[in-house]
Design a protein around this ligand. Structure first.
Ligand SMILES: NC(=O)c1ccc[n+]([C@@H]2O[C@H](COP(=O)([O-])OP(=O)(O)OC[C@H]3O[C@@H](n4cnc5c(N)ncnc54)[C@H](OP(=O)(O)O)[C@@H]3O)[C@@H](O)[C@H]2O)c1
Length: 260
């Protein structure tokens, strides 16, 4: 299927690795002109034919600076993908009481307020071009699972997407959410990272933990998602084929969430 994205423009946050990198790569392959934002420009991002903008999106002025750069590079924004995010602490083994105000603020800045600020700055162009927004939330928005600051921030992001779809739909902007379940990025692959922390908390080594994850989490398909599978849905939602789809939250979780 021709997604009819060629020649259009996109801004992807968190484009240096993982899901954001896969999204930037696919959109570029579909012929979009892309600005990718992240703190670091990894060799993988640099290897793509995209304009990389190094920025810490938790800074209050980052949204304005990114939008200004994107408008300068692209002339206008047809698609904004708010993907930057993540959980600061994988385990919070001491639970809610271990998360102080500063940690809450960092989590909200990265997972919610960065998207708020980039969206606010990009919206005039998105309205002008009758564009689209895709927010990358998480199944953590929908179920009670630590870390609770991350789940709460993602729940707010999902809610924001619905509200923006309502407010800006009549002005031609579609807003959808993609909520991944466990997706095989470096966070899961790296024994020293997020998954390593979870494995230690469970008293398992990393490989053992990862092998058992589908069963532990109730992943019906028996495996984690690949970043490219998230990217494929984002590209479809960005395309004119999805022109009447707005305000929806799509899960790509292999069946983790058991409720309708
Ligand atoms: N992987 C999963 O299992 C999973 C599941 C559900 C939801 N998600 C969501 O999917 C999104 C991508 O996750 P991922 O697994 O691909 O994460 P990742 O591999 O850790 O990548 C995160 C991206 O965000 C960027 N980023 C982080 N902090 C930033 C900051 N302060 N300013 C600018 N950029 C920043 C990172 O780049 P720099 O480090 O270079 O800044 C990187 O490009 C996140 O929103 C995450 O919450 C992931």
């Amino acid at each position: 299927m021709d997604l009819r994205l060629s020649g259009r423009t996109a801004v992807v946050t968190g484009a240096s690795k993982g899901i954001g990198l896969a999204i930037a790569r696919l959109l570029r392959a579909e012929g979009m002109r892309v600005v990718g934002a992240s703190r670091t420009v990894t060799p993988e991002l640099a290897a793509l034919d995209v304009a990389a903008f190094p920025v810490d999106l938790t800074a209050p002025d980052a949204g304005d600076r990114l939008a200004a750069y994107a408008l300068d590079q692209l002339g206008g924004i047809d698609l904004l993908v708010n993907n930057a995010g993540g959980a600061e602490n994988a385990t919070h083994t001491d639970g809610f009481l271990a998360i102080d105000d500063a940690a809450w603020q960092r989590t909200l800045d990265l997972n919610l307020l960065s998207a708020v600020r980039v969206t606010r700055a990009a919206l005039p162009s998105l309205v002008e071009r009758r564009g689209a927004i895709v927010n990358i939330s998480s199944i953590g928005a929908r179920f009670a699972h630590p870390p609770v600051d991350y789940g709460a921030a993602k729940a707010a992001l999902t809610n924001l997407g619905k509200a923006l779809a309502e407010e800006f739909g009549p002005r031609g902007v579609r807003v959808n959410t993609v909520s991944p379940g466990p997706t095989l990025t470096q966070n899961w692959r790296d024994p020293e990272g997020f998954a390593g922390d979870l494995a230690s908390a469970a008293g398992l080594d990393h490989a053992e933990f990862l092998a058992g994850l589908p069963e532990t989490m109730g992943i019906t398909t028996g495996r984690l998602a690949e970043p490219e599978e998230i990217a494929a849905l984002v590209a479809f939602l960005a395309s004119p084929h999805a022109a009447n789809i707005t305000g929806v939250d799509y899960r790509v979780d292999g069946g983790v969430i058991k409720t309708v």
